[in-house]
Design a protein around this ligand. Structure first.
Ligand code: SF4
Length: 486
């Protein structure tokens, strides 16, 4: 059978989509090539969030065409994901050697399309149409591959976003919000746990909007009801046999958002040790979600809550839907509920119209909140987004300079917060060998800090207590507290 090499750009959603595509191909007998040099099919899963990411994927394809195509004229080349969705046919017009362009709602079609291309039944395929129910098609996992079993897994719970932040291309590349049903997600999580997974991260562009726009009317992939019929989603929500976690009594049930109901349902899974999620949105971060941290022991003490700016004026221009005070209020409540919670964020510098005063407010927010980690992005103009047309675009040099200044503040705070762990005992879930030094093992604390320690393969998948001995740059070093192994 042909071999496939998939290169992924961008976010965790893309990583997850690539994994599902690879698993679908493996299930049909394809093999996974260790490198593009020996692959029969080369797929680039692309990102559109920044211009740089798009250029990187295009340049990569140009190089692949020059190298792989020359040596192996029959190799099949394809683009998938966000850039494929936004550019479509234009990619083949620009790079005629490309055979396949597959949009963000079409990942599950990849096997059929590759079969057709490899068999010579079709020469080129571009499919970027919308497809009802596509949110429920990212479900296969590659837990084993050729390597030892994974103990962590990502589960896609929804696709798309309706927030339309003025800088963001995602609503155009990923479409409207579409959520999988609770039973569907729980079934996938249960299977993962039965295969040895201990920690699940629920994934979506804006998970706090999960289920808020209802679920698909008819879910062809929905589980069967008690009498064997395919049950509609509304039926599922009312069916206590299928959703035991939703049957908790009266008022409390009414106050919970669909996302918190999903957390409740996943929390019920026996054998699952930890639950994470990314990314929530401050606008939809209700008290029910804050309260869930105090109520659900498997929900770990970490929140990645993108703030983007510390200036209300810029937040409004960005169409974020919250104020600085609202954001800080959420963080305060989270820290009241869980004092040790790790807080990370995303921040954009150099958004159009951002003045020095606005930027100073972002610096002061970073100091006020004291993030454990922050991912800083220099604003990148995305075509067809409102911000790209806004006046007062900030010159590149100023974006660079603000990036540097904010980075210094973030790093200084992180250093202090990481150093505070030295001497403390903390629980890790051991994930596997360290990437930098495979002779050592790494694990993750509940508050999402990476810890490197002297361990062995037998520790993989264990919850383990360690004593932190040293803090490095966004990494901790620990000594196993052997009696603490669970
Ligand atoms: S919430 Fe805003 S930044 Fe996040 S995916 Fe939606 S539009 Fe983009």
């Amino acid at each position: 059978m042909p071999s496939v090499y998939i290169k992924t750009y961008g976010c965790q959603m893309n990583e997850r989509d690539s994994e599902a595509v690879a698993a679908q191909l493996v299930a049909k007998g394809y093999t996974l090539a260790p490198s593009e040099a020996v692959a029969d099919v080369i797929l680039l899963n692309t990102c559109s969030v920044r211009d740089f990411a798009e250029q990187k994927a295009i340049n990569k394809m140009v190089n692949v065409i020059a190298d792989a195509r020359r040596a192996r004229p029959d190799v099949v080349l394809g683009f998938m994901g966000c850039m494929a969705q936004s550019r479509g046919q234009e990619l083949i017009d620009r790079l005629p050697d490309v055979d396949l362009v597959l949009g963000t709602q079409k990942f599950h079609r990849v096997v059929d399309y590759l079969d057709e291309l490899l068999a010579g039944r079709r020469e080129k395929i571009v499919d970027v149409a919308e497809e009802q129910g596509s949110e429920a098609t990212i479900r296969e996992h590659l837990l084993n591959g050729n390597s030892p079993k994974s103990v962590t897994a990502f589960v896609s719970i929804m696709q798309g976003c309706n927030q339309y932040c003025t800088f963001c291309i995602v609503p155009y590349t990923r479409g409207e919000e579409r959520s999988r049903t609770i039973p569907d997600v729980v079934t996938e999580c249960r299977q993962l746990v039965s295969q040895g997974v201990k920690e699940i991260t629920l994934l979506g562009q804006i998970v706090t909007s999960y289920g808020k726009r209802g679920f698909g009317k008819i879910d062809s992939l929905a589980p069967r009801g008690t009498s064997g019929e395919r049950v509609g989603v509304r039926g599922i929500l009312e069916n206590e046999l299928l959703t035991p976690a939703l049957s908790s009594p009266g008022e409390e049930r009414e106050k919970k958002s669909p996302f918190v109901k999903l957390l409740d349902a996943v929390h019920e899974i026996e054998g699952l040790e930890r639950i994470r999620f990314t990314s929530p949105h401050p606008k939809g971060y209700g008290d029910d979600l804050i309260e869930a941290y105090a109520r659900l022991p498997k929900l770990v003490e970490h929140a990645h809550l993108p703030v983007q700016s510390g200036s209300d004026r810029v937040l409004k221009l960005m169409h974020r839907g919250y104020t600085r005070a609202r954001y800080v209020g959420i963080i305060e409540k989270l820290r009241q509920a869980k004092p040790d919670i790790g807080i990370s964020t995303d921040i954009i510098v150099g958004f159009p119209g951002e003045t020095e005063d606005d930027f100073e407010q972002t610096l002061s927010l970073a100091r006020e909140v004291e993030f454990d980690q922050a991912y800083i992005f220099k604003y990148s103009q995305r075509r067809d987004t409102p911000a790209a047309e806004m006046p007062d675009q900030v010159p590149q040099q100023i974006r660079e300079e603000r990036n540097q200044r904010l980075l210094e503040v973030i790093n200084e705070i992180a250093k202090r917060r990481y150093s505070a762990f030295v001497g403390r005992q903390t629980q890790l879930l051991v994930e596997g060998p360290s990437k930098k030094n495979p002779a050592r093992m790494t694990g993750r604390t509940r508050c999402n800090k990476i810890v490197v320690f002297d361990g062995s393969e037998r520790h993989r998948g264990q919850l383990m207590d360690v004593q932190i001995t040293r803090a490095g740059s966004f990494t901790l070093y620990g000594d196993p507290f052997v009696l603490g192994e669970h």
